[in-house]
Design a protein around this ligand. Structure first.
Ligand SMILES: Nc1ncnc2c1ncn2[C@@H]1O[C@H](COP(=O)(O)OP(=O)(O)OP(=O)(O)O)[C@@H](O)[C@H]1O
Length: 250
């Protein structure tokens, strides 16, 4: 479980997150939603300890995040960033194998190899596993990055817009995997723009606006016409199809 207490983050001296207090439970999938520039990626990056808070704190299983030694954190927390810079002359298998580095320190054992192949299969990448990343489509590359994160087998999984570039079948596959990981007891936090997907898969939504928490709760509490219309400053319709909430902006 991750908690933030009165978390504020500045980027190049400018306040971006203000007084964010949240509880992101273990065994649940939390979706971070909100308009462009709301601070979703910044929050995820701070949760991944890639930027330091200006004030407030982040606790991982009740321990201040900034006190956890880096090798231990690498075994406990993984993050998919939006701008994942990867060397083009790597194959998919090379990239996914990097995900095992905190476990293998460069020497892949039997378990490491099995986890790499499992992650490749889960992301439907078996046909591409020996291909160089710079020969792949955007969606295939995105899936390779997600496979690298999954191969890490950490208790906390942070995914920034994992559905970028994915077709609808692969988007469904990734969200089902994210749910499986939560149901296996992990803390899964996913930045999503598709609110219909967030309503269908998340246990808990956190809506950010202008760097503050504007709403949080179950999908039936957050995915509502008044909350979303206010969040995005635009008229939003929420319909029900087959018992699910579908968000429309027509
Ligand atoms: N390096 C930076 N220096 C200053 N401000 C920044 C920097 N990076 C991002 N910002 C600003 O911080 C705010 C939050 O950005 P962030 O990327 O966290 O938003 P987001 O909710 O993830 O947006 P999006 O949906 O567009 O991805 C934005 O106003 C952005 O312009």
């Amino acid at each position: 479980m991750i908690e933030t207490r009165a978390l504020s983050v500045h980027l190049t001296g400018k306040p971006v997150l203000h007084d964010v207090s949240l509880s992101l439970p273990r065994g649940k999938l939390t979706a971070l939603v909100g308009p462009n520039g709301a601070g979703k990626s910044t929050l995820l990056t701070a949760l991944g300890r890639l930027i330091a808070p200006a004030s407030g704190e982040i606790l991982l299983d009740c321990v201040p995040l900034n006190t956890i030694p880096a090798p231990e954190l690498a075994l406990r927390l993984s993050i998919l960033r939006q701008e994942g810079a990867v060397g083009p002359r790597l194959t998919v298998r090379d990239l996914v194998s990097f995900g095992r580095y905190p476990h293998s320190h460069g020497r892949l054992g039997v378990t490491d190899r099995a986890e790499v192949e499992r992650a490749i299969d889960r992301l439907d990448l078996a046909a591409f596993s020996d291909r160089y990343l710079d020969t792949l489509s955007g969606g295939q590359k995105q899936r390779a990055q997600i496979a690298m994160v999954l191969a890490q087998q950490t208790d906390v999984i942070l995914l920034d817009e994992p559905l970028n570039n994915l077709d609808l079948a692969h988007a469904r596959r990734v969200m089902r995997i994210a749910r499986q990981e939560a149901e296996a007891g992990r803390t899964v936090v996913v930045v999503l723009h598709d609110l219909t997907v967030a309503a269908a898969y998340a246990d808990h939504l956190v809506a950010l606006k202008a760097g503050r928490v504007a709403a949080s709760g179950r999908p039936d509490q957050v995915v509502t016409e008044p909350v979303l219309s206010d969040l995005f400053d635009t008229e939003v319709t929420v319909a029900e199809v087959g018992g699910r909430r579908v968000v429309l902006t027509l």
